[in-house]
Design a protein around this ligand. Structure first.
Ligand code: FMN
Ligand code: SF4
Length: 1429
């Protein structure tokens, strides 16, 4: 294949390779070879790819080296930008390798401007010419076009070995071949010199390849009457009487002086066959050259020369030639034809393709401006205006034309108004239009009225006629030019400059699609964010930098401000994607990385504000908001911004103090340890890598034990040691766990990378290292036989590789397996003694007790009723974090420390601490809040958090991304509206949840009051909360003292959750809670009391069979008055009997199973002093929310809306946050949050109904046309904020549902509810274990799949597959859903059916959760799943 041969030579000869990409979704045909060579070759040129329509010419010039290879498939688009720079390029050492389909017209456009032009027909020729071209370009320092055909189906080329290529290019030129003769004109001399260069380079190449290379090949008799020149795909070599063929390989410099030799005097007719279609002028290129060369002979009439088109054919026969000769034409401009000429492709196939992701921004423009929007380079114009319509030059011209004609219209209307003869109504309309000409709606309507009025008039003055001709200018428009790599030519180049310099009132939207993670490998000139600085420096230009996947509202704001600005506005929009297949999630992540690291800061620069005395610069990126603002205030913002550009934010937010502090701390620690260590004890280095803390705990214990044996110990993480430092050590013990799928934990990854690199090099690094490894893993984490190699992989790899690098293994590898009876301790007990033996301390008697590890129980007890050192930590600005033990305590205050996991590695690479921020959870029993509280929450999210907030599965608000400095103000703002965060998390009773039932108003009020009372009754009494966060001001006037009558100083062993359900709705999943109250309502509709359930709980640890989910067990009935005391006593029995040594076994569910349900109940009744009444009958039938409008018994109205996974944010078409803010401003009732993470606008009065409905509609909040599956789904937060997440959840479930929804739709199940839930880890925040289908995260992209849960939360599901990826999920669900649709019985739910159909066994009891898991019968675990490809 020519393409591979050419790409290889292009790569191996050049110092820089520029590949011009085709129209997406096509791939560059050269790329495959380039990618291969990047890995396999020892030659490494710099490589660039310019997107379709991008300015490839500029890239070539910027990156010019001693030899640049440019490659492209020839098209008008790919070559136009080269042509613009051709003057400069032709004097650079560049080879332009251009692949041609059939038509040479596009490439021949370059011919006259480039000194050398070679054409290849076969793969061999393409290979040889590519080499020749490289040699020629390099020696002559001039551009060479090498055109070759894409579809050569002939034999492949014999290729020159790589090692001979560079020496050939660098060798001295051979002796020059002088082909000059006689006296020459300057032009001829020039031509002749070029020829000489060509001849010399050809000779050198022929010597190397041992194959002839000729400018043209002649075939035929020595005295022909007809000569046929051929420039095209087919080399014609036929033996025909009197006819010779000349196949041209060198089109420039054209060897005119040799033409007379191949056209002997016997020739009477010359035919020039060129494969050129749709040529723009009368004369084709080669024809002209031959005509010039043979001019003398044509002028005597001895010779006629015809131009002919060479069509497309595999092979031409003698008969075809004779047919060609038979064609007669007197006029030289009428061209003959050989073969069939392909039809020109229709213009519509040239329509620019706009990748789907990019529509995100254009949709916003359309949404905001509607009729008013005018995109001056819209691809829709291509059909009427041609290709040029998408260029910025065209668009700018168009805008200028439109603005000029509107100015003319305004002038003409003003003239009309001065005309005393016009009618009153026309006068009135015209003057109104002048006043309203900038109003998009009025200007359009008035304009139309004026035109109608003029049309109706019988007489029309000149002025009036002119107005009609200018009528397009009546409506006020928002004019935009859109620039993106794929849509339009690169606006970042000259187009932008012209637009800015024009001063026109035009808006330019420039999309940057370069993903953050590819930023360093791409051409820096593609970085459009630098354009902003350029534009700002220019002066009177509005500039904004936005990213729709980071802040939708900021995009809206920027676009509206750009439109308002009188003058040029530039909006730089970030949309990172590699291809159309890039998922929205990846775009989101890339955007986040770019924005959070400061690479793509979000800002707006409005110079008009400066004139009003306001600050023109607003920085909108959340993470750097304040620091950067202060910085900009202090400094001259522009110069600073430009100086510090991309690293700017990263440097600002990195706490340099932290590094110094760390260094000081380490020094002190080292001094301390050396003091403690006995002088003659053998030193031992313990290195560990751990994600979840288990391996770290083991390493620490090992360290204590080693010290107790008199060893001098250093303990550190794996990543804190380089191979070099390690090679200085003698005894080293490694403890590493396993993460992901056989991957090393986060704090060991860099070490593993350098270890692997050293192994690849194959040189021993260690001369004295003696090592032993203890690996920790779980042999059942990935249970499929084909995944067995993931078991303890990092530890096993480490053990083998250390040996490979020269280390000496002093004791055998230890393997800790979570599946062993004693977990990893089983393996550890065997391994540790061997280590002591090697170190010769095995006989040392250890008398002192080992220091007890610090547990949560210690932290709680030592905290001074939840104070710890939180207050001091808040004052420490050298770090964004709190002390580790304080982070356990803040949970009791409703605060979790987190870090942004999307950018964890990035920050580590930058050498800065993780991007710490906090999650704040509000305590709001029953999930009811008032509009003023909602407004406050909305504002808190903007001012202190990430700009969005979440409705959680516990019916409350949760804010993410609150940085330390903002913690206290945020908590104070929450308290200001009579809410708090106390006990929203931690080992206490959490937020009490209750059914949101819309229609039973009275009942709702009663259960809501009950929930509130229970919550208040169980609240911790400490004053620490008020002291730390509220400066001792008390919330809502309650007096609090510093002792804990209910909890004691240890609080509870683990969290405690209460739910109140009102049958038949189980929207709170009452059985998933430690304590459940099921409302029992009398025939009179009055609340009689509650059935009580105890022992529900969701959290599980993957692979740890001591952990399991459990449903609450019914223990009796209590009255509403008894309820809160029942709650108290159930909690107290747990407080005193729960397991405090193992947090994984500490929840009430385990206590009950250990004590026995009856015993537990008896303890509760003992404390109560009475027995609970027998439970009463009740019926549940659903746990999904009742979406839509409902009217309560009290006549008030309620609207249950769908908020996907509870995330309150603005998105294109779904402006939840803005919409709800507007509703809250006018709403007089309340809001109810549901435990399914949805929201009810409740208690709407008749008189307000229309207003609320209008607002719901306006913001798209009344949309309920979702599938039953989506409406019944829910997901927890997981990445990026939840520290425990192992896989995506909230960001991924909607995308997965998109796909599963299709399967449901295909099987007629669009409206059927199937409860599907996803969590990022087995903790189970979204209550996955009671869903009909659930996915529980195990590692990125990998989930445990569970089936068989009860539709209304009455039955646990069970693991169906231990690990599935998306293709597997779809392959499993596709036939399953189909069968369900066909086989289900009337009203049969999916969860019930999966059991009946034999996919899964029913779970009868939590304790038996693992029994029969993994499917049953033919569906059981281990039966291969066929994966859709
Ligand atoms: C997300 C995740 C992925 C895991 N992947 C593996 C694995 O591929 N192979 C394995 O043997 N163990 C695996 N494990 C088990 C852990 O290595 C094991 O539980 C270990 O004790 C955890 O130690 P750590 O808390 O120090 O990280 C995985 C555990 C988790 C949480
Ligand atoms: S289920 Fe796990 S990943 Fe999801 S929010 Fe809860 S702890 Fe985080």
């Amino acid at each position: 294949m020519s393409i591979a041969a050419v790409a290889r030579i292009a790569y191996l000869t050049a110092d820089a390779v520029v590949d011009s990409l085709p129209l997406p979704p096509k791939q560059s045909p050269f790329a495959e070879t380039y990618t291969y060579l990047q890995k396999e070759s020892s030659h490494h040129p710099r490589t660039f790819s310019t997107p379709f329509g991008g300015d490839a010419g500029a890239t070539i010039i910027r990156n010019a080296t001693s030899l640049t290879s440019f490659s492209a498939v020839a098209s008008a688009q790919s070559l136009t930008r080269i042509l613009l720079h051709i003057g400069e390029i032709s004097n650079l050492p560049v080879v332009l390798h251009l692949a041609v389909q059939h038509n040479l017209a596009d490439v021949l456009l370059l011919r006259s401007s480039v000194p050398f032009f070679l054409l290849s027909r076969t793969a061999q020729e393409a290979h040889d010419h590519a080499l020749l071209a490289a040699r020629l370009a390099r020696v002559e320092k001039k551009a060479v076009v090498h055109a070759f055909y894409l579809d050569d189906s002939g034999p492949s080329a014999r290729e020159l070995q790589e090692e001979r290529i560079q020496p050939f290019l660098l060798q001295e030129p051979g002796s020059s071949v002088d082909s000059r003769n006689g006296h020459l004109t300057e032009q001829a001399l020039q031509n002749s010199l070029l020829h000489q260069s060509y001849a010399t380079a050809t000779l050198d190449t022929e010597t190397l390849l041992q194959r002839p290379l000729q400018p043209f090949q002649s075939h035929g008799p020595s005295d022909p009457h007809t000569s046929i020149f051929v420039l095209g795909h087919n080399k014609i070599v036929l033996d025909l009487d009197g006819i010779s063929f000349v196949n041209v390989n060198l089109a420039n410099p054209f060897p005119s002086d040799q033409i007379s030799m191949v056209v002997p005097p016997s020739v009477k007719r010359v035919i020039v066959l060129e494969q050129v279609y749709g040529w723009h002028s009368k004369w084709t290129p080669l024809y002209l050259d031959i005509l010039t060369a043979l001019q003398e002979r044509t002028s005597t009439g001895d010779l006629t020369i015809h131009s002919a088109v060479l069509g497309v054919s595999d092979r031409f026969e003698a008969a075809d030639i004779l047919k060609l000769l038979g064609q007669r034409s007197e006029s030289p401009t009428v061209r003959l034809q050989l073969g069939v000429v392909p039809e020109e492709s229709s213009p519509s196939t040239w329509l620019p393709h706009i990748p789907k992701h990019e529509a995100a921004y254009t949709k916003i423009l359309a949404h905001l401006f509607q009729d008013q929007l005018d995109i001056a380079n819209s691809p829709e114009l291509v059909e009427s205006q041609g290709q040029i319509a998408t260029t910025p030059e065209f668009a700018l011209g168009r805008v200028r034309g439109q603005i000029d004609s509107r100015t003319e219209l305004i002038k003409t209307i003003q003239e009309l108004l001065l005309d005393g003869n016009i009618s009153d109504d026309l006068h009135a309309l015209s003057s109104k239009w002048i006043l309203a000409k900038d109003d998009p709606v009025k200007s359009r309507a008035l304009g139309k009225a004026i035109v109608d009025r003029l049309a109706a008039s019988s007489t029309c003055s000149h002025t009036e006629k002119q107005i009609v001709s200018l009528q397009d200018g009546f409506p006020s428009r928002s004019r935009w030019i859109v620039g993106s790599d794929t849509w339009s030519y690169d606006l970042g180049a000259s187009g932008l400059h012209h637009a800015i310099a024009s001063g026109l009132d035009v808006n330019i939207l420039i999309l940057d699609t370069l993903p953050y993670s590819s930023r360093n490998s791409a051409d820096p000139h593609r970085r459009k964010h630098d354009v902003g600085l350029y534009a700002m420096n220019h002066g009177d230009v509005f500039v904004a930098s936005v990213a729709v996947f980071s802040s939708y509202s900021q995009v809206l704001q920027a676009i509206v401000e750009a439109d308002k600005f009188k003058g040029p506005s530039i909006v730089l929009a970030y949309l990172p994607y590699q291809s159309e297949n890039t998922s929205a999630l990846d775009i989101l992540k890339e955007t986040k990385l770019a924005v959070d690291s400061g690479y793509w800061p979000l800002y707006r620069w409005d110079p008009s504000k400066e004139k009003e005395g306001k600050e023109p610069f607003s920085l909108d990126s959340d993470a750097v908001k304040n620091d950067l603002k202060q910085f900009l205030d202090r400094q001259n913002h522009l110069s600073q911004l430009s100086r510090s550009k991309p690293q700017m934010a990263a440097e600002l937010v990195s706490s340099l103090g932290e590094t110094v502090k760390e260094a000081r701390k380490k020094k002190a620690q080292d001094a301390y340890s050396s003091l403690l260590n006995t002088l003659d004890a053998p030193p031992l280095l313990i290195l560990y890598a751990s994600d979840g803390g288990a391996a770290e705990k083991k390493a620490k214990r090992l360290s204590n034990r080693a010290k107790a044996r008199g060893l001098s110990v250093t303990l550190a993480t794996l990543d804190s040691y380089s191979l070099e430092t390690l090679s200085q050590e003698e005894y080293v013990v490694f403890v590493t766990s396993t993460a992901g799928q056989g991957e090393p934990p986060q704090n060991g990854r860099n070490f593993f990378k350098s270890l692997n690199a050293a192994v690849a090099k194959g040189e021993p690094v260690f001369s004295k290292l003696r090592f032993s490894v203890f690996a920790m893993g779980d042999s059942h984490y990935w249970p499929r036989p084909e995944d067995a190699h993931y078991y303890n992989k990092p530890g096993r790899d480490l053990d083998a590789r250390l040996e490979k690098l020269g280390g000496e293994r002093v004791s055998p590898l230890g393997l800790g397996d979570d599946q062993d009876a004693d977990g990893s301790e089983t393996g550890y007990k065997v391994w540790e003694p061997a280590v002591w033996k090697v170190l010769k301390v095995d006989s040392v008697e250890v008398t002192e007790a080992e220091p007890e590890p610090i547990t949560n129980e210690h932290i709680k007890a030592a905290s001074g009723f939840l104070r710890g050192t939180i207050s001091e930590g808040l004052q420490d600005f050298s770090t964004g974090a709190l002390a580790t033990s304080d982070t356990q305590l803040t949970k009791f205050h409703g605060i979790y420390q987190q870090d942004d996991r999307d950018i964890r590695e990035e920050r580590e690479a930058q050498g800065v601490e993780p991007a710490y921020s906090f999650m704040i959870r509000v305590r709001m029993p029953g999930g009811v809040c008032k509009p003023f509280q909602w407004l406050q929450m909305d504002q808190i999210a903007d001012e202190h958090g990430s700009g969005t907030f979440k409705i959680t599965t516990r019916q409350t608000f949760q804010f993410h991304g609150v940085i330390k400095k903002h913690l206290k103000p945020a908590i104070q703002d929450i308290n200001r509206v009579l809410l708090d965060t106390l006990a929203a998390c931690g080992d206490v009773n959490r937020n009490v949840i209750c059914s949101a039932i819309p229609s039973l108003s009275k009942l709702h009020q009663q259960v809501y009051d009950f929930s509130k009372a229970a919550s208040e009754h169980l609240i911790p009494s400490t004053t620490a909360y008020h002291e730390i966060w509220l400066d001792k001001k008390l919330v809502a006037g309650e007096a609090l003292k510093d002792f804990e009558p209910l909890y004691g100083e240890f609080y509870l062993p683990r969290k405690f959750k209460i739910a109140v359900a009102v049958p038949p709705t189980n929207d709170v999943d009452v059985f998933a809670n430690d304590l459940g109250f099921i409302a029992i309502v009398g025939e009179d509709g009055e609340l009689q009391g509650f059935n009580v359930t105890i022992g529900g709980g969701m959290g599980v640890t993957h692979g740890n069979k001591k952990t399991y989910p459990r449903l609450g067990s019914l223990i009796g009935f209590c009255t509403p008055e008894q309820g809160k005391f029942v709650a108290e006593k159930v909690m107290l029995v747990q407080r005193d009997n729960g397991n405090r040594t193992d947090r994984k076994n500490a929840r009430l569910k385990y206590t009950i199973d250990r004590m026995g349900l009856d015993n537990y109940k008896a303890e509760v009744e003992k404390l109560l002093g009475y027995s609970l009444a027998p439970a009463r009958p009740y019926t549940f039938n659903r746990n999904v929310d009742d979406f839509g409008w409902h009217t309560g018994q009290d006549g008030k109205h309620h609207f249950m809306m769908f908020v996907e996974n509870g995330r309150v944010q603005d998105e294109p078409g779904k402006e939840f946050k803005s919409g709800l803010r507007e509703i809250a401003k006018v709403h007089k009732g309340s809001f109810r949050l549901t435990a399914n993470q949805h929201l009810m606008v409740s208690d709407v009065l008749d008189g307000d109904l229309d207003l609320i409905k209008g607002l719901l509609k306006k913001y798209g909040l009344d949309e309920l046309g979702f599938s039953g599956l989506r409406l019944s789904s829910s997901a927890c937060v997981a990445f990026p904020t939840c520290g425990l997440a192992m896989a995506e959840s909230e960001r991924y479930l909607p995308l997965l549902i998109d796909k599963i929804e299709k399967i449901c739709e295909e099987n007629g199940l669009r409206n059927d509810a199937i409860v599907m839930r996803m969590t990022g880890c087995p903790n189970g925040c979204a209550r996955p274990y009671v869903a009909e289908i659930a996915f529980v995260g195990k590692a990125p992209g990998n989930y445990a799949m569970l089936l068989g849960g009860g539709y209304y939360g009455q039955r646990l599901n069970k693991i169906y597959r231990e690990s599935v990826t998306e293709p597997e999920i779809l392959a499993i669900l596709s036939p399953m859903i189909k069968r369900y649709a066909l086989e289900r019985e009337n009203g049969e739910r999916f969860g019930d059916w999966t059991i009946r159909a034999g996919y899964i066994a029913p779970t009868t009891e939590g304790r038996l959760w693992y029994e029969n898991s993994g499917g049953q019968g033919v569906h059981r675990e281990g039966v291969p799943i066929s994966v859709a490809t």
